[in-house]
Design a protein around this ligand. Structure first.
Ligand code: HEM
Length: 466
């Protein structure tokens, strides 16, 4: 009995010493010789502090800030990382890609989205691919080609919701995906949607998984899904090349013609198509879902938004589609979208990495370290947004959007190129939603970290108005 007790106590002591030694070793391993790194802790080798980070989310950041300030080191998601919660520093990091602060997204994401994906390229290649992307989502393209498709899609997507129990999370996800597909591949989208939809869901799951290339893992399933998506899009490209038919959609813009400024390879075209669908998927769907939630909880805001939308509808014939001037006149709706993105923090943070050793904030950051630009803190900064936890769309009716520290759509050379397109999609969705339906919430819990989601759905019951 006594021997067993000694063995247990000895075992516990050994484990304690072993873990302390590992923690200490991990701290020493990441110390650099000349200048000190920012304060902070690195956790266990390999795992670092990932579990605490994912479990505690924003509280992890708050606790760290209380101990180490707004610029600290940690080890999360497999890499030594500097976290910045400082508004000035965050802006500096986003504005200085040319000084070697390049995107630092996880390997799984880059592998699955393809090597010509916009987050995987820097310098002149980034400029070229971004230019090609901007050319197919410019205001003129939105006005002439994309908005008519979005409008047509939303009308039919939002039909038959009367007296139905709707999972608005599910509906807004379908909406973001299928509406992108329609903009990309016009009428072919109807033919390919059933094949591509399940593959896209697998692809999304894999981009945030551990990069383990073993059968059955989310990572390898996403790889297979990528292959299937590549083959579906290649088929459409081949068929279009064989036929003489002309198309007016994003794919036609990327495939170009003899006068095009951009001469993209098929690999670049396909990776850009995947970029468009992927980047607008969770951002547009989560913002739309959260706008429905906030409008439900704030009747005054809902009333003002509905009045704005009904005034537009009343100027039109019943089936007349929205045009770009209608969208531009939706000032309050735009304010609701910005306030929703801010308060829900649709994008919690963006990742960069150092591509050489560099000095930041008086510290020497080694090459290859990640920088986590945590946007949530800026979104809740009371000096920028008084009473930051309050849903107050009216705050955006001035010129807050152009404030240097407003980073809901990122900033610098990586500022979201889909910002206006995303706003058009969400505005069109809200137009048909509030002019057709009233709704009551049935239930659903919301999580805001690591991504904004309703794990069991957000259920509402809709009623046709008038
Ligand atoms: C409400 C909707 C949206 C929000 C809140 C949003 C937010 C953001 C943010 C914060 C970034 C910066 C990422 C970084 O710095 O690493 C970004 C980049 C990007 N977004 Fe969006 N986005 C939205 C909609 C869209 C849509 C509809 C598209 C489709 C074209 C899109 C395409 C992209 C792309 C391609 C990038 C990367 C740009 C680059 O690296 O040059 N986004 N977005």
């Amino acid at each position: 009995m006594a021997l067993t007790l000694i063995a247990i106590v000895g075992g516990v002591l050994f484990l304690f010493c072993f873990c302390s030694a590992l923690l200490r070793w991990n701290e020493v391993r990441y110390m650099n010789k000349n200048k000190s790194l920012p304060q902070g802790t690195m956790g266990l080798p390999l795992f670092g502090e990932t579990t605490e980070f994912l479990k505690q989310g924003p509280n992890f950041m708050k606790n760290k800030r209380a101990r180490y300030g707004s610029f600290f080191k940690t080890h999360i998601l497999g890499s030594p990382t500097i976290v910045s919660l400082d508004a000035e520093m965050n802006r500096y990091i986003l504005m200085n890609e040319s000084k070697g602060l390049v995107p630092g997204y996880p390997k799984s994401m880059l592998d699955i989205l393809g090597k010509c994906n916009i987050a995987a390229v820097h310098g002149s290649t980034h400029k070229y691919l971004r230019g090609a992307l901007l050319s197919i989502i410019s205001p003129t393209m939105i006005r002439d080609q994309l908005l008519p498709k979005i409008d047509q899609f939303m009308r039919s997507h939002l039909s038959n919701w009367d007296n139905q129990l709707i999972d608005i999370q599910d509906k807004t996800k379908q909406m973001a995906f299928l509406s992108s597909l329609r903009q990309i591949a016009g009428k072919e989208s109807i033919r390919i949607k059933d094949r591509i939809t399940p593959e896209f869901s697998k692809l999304v799951l894999g981009t945030l998984s551990l990069p383990i290339p073993l059968p059955g893992t989310n990572y390898s399933r996403a790889f297979q899904a990528r292959k299937a998506i590549v083959s579906i899009i290649s088929e459409v490209i081949e068929e279009r090349r064989k036929s003489q038919e002309t198309h007016k959609d994003m794919l036609a813009g990327l495939m170009g013609n003899d006068e095009s400024r951009y001469n993209l390879s098929d690999e670049e075209i396909i990776d850009l198509v995947i970029t468009v669908i992927y980047s607008g998927y969770e951002t547009v769907s989560a913002t739309s879902m959260m706008a429905v939630k906030y409008l439900h909880d704030h009747p005054k805001a809902l009333q003002q938004l509905r009045e704005e939308q009904l005034a537009i509808r009343q100027r039109k014939k019943p089936d007349e589609p929205l045009d770009y001037n209608d969208i531009k006149s939706m000032k309050f709706t735009r304010a609701v979208i910005f306030e929703t993105s801010r308060l829900a923090t649709i994008v919690n943070g963006v990742l960069r990495k150092t591509n050489e050793e560099m000095e930041l904030n008086g510290y020497l950051i080694p090459k290859g370290w990640k920088l986590y630009v945590f946007l949530r803190e800026i979104n809740y900064d009371p000096s920028l947004y008084p009473q930051p936890l309050k849903f107050n769309p009216w705050r955006w009716l001035g010129n807050l959007e152009s404030n240097n520290h407003c980073l809901v759509f990122g900033g610098g050379t990586r500022l979201c190129p889909g910002k206006e397109l995303g706003i058009v999609e969400i505005s069109t969705f809200l137009h048909y939603f509030v002019t057709r339906y009233s709704w009551e919430e049935v239930g659903g819990t919301l999580l805001k970290f690591p991504r904004v989601q309703a794990p069991n759905g957000l259920h509402i019951r809709c009623h046709l108005i008038n």
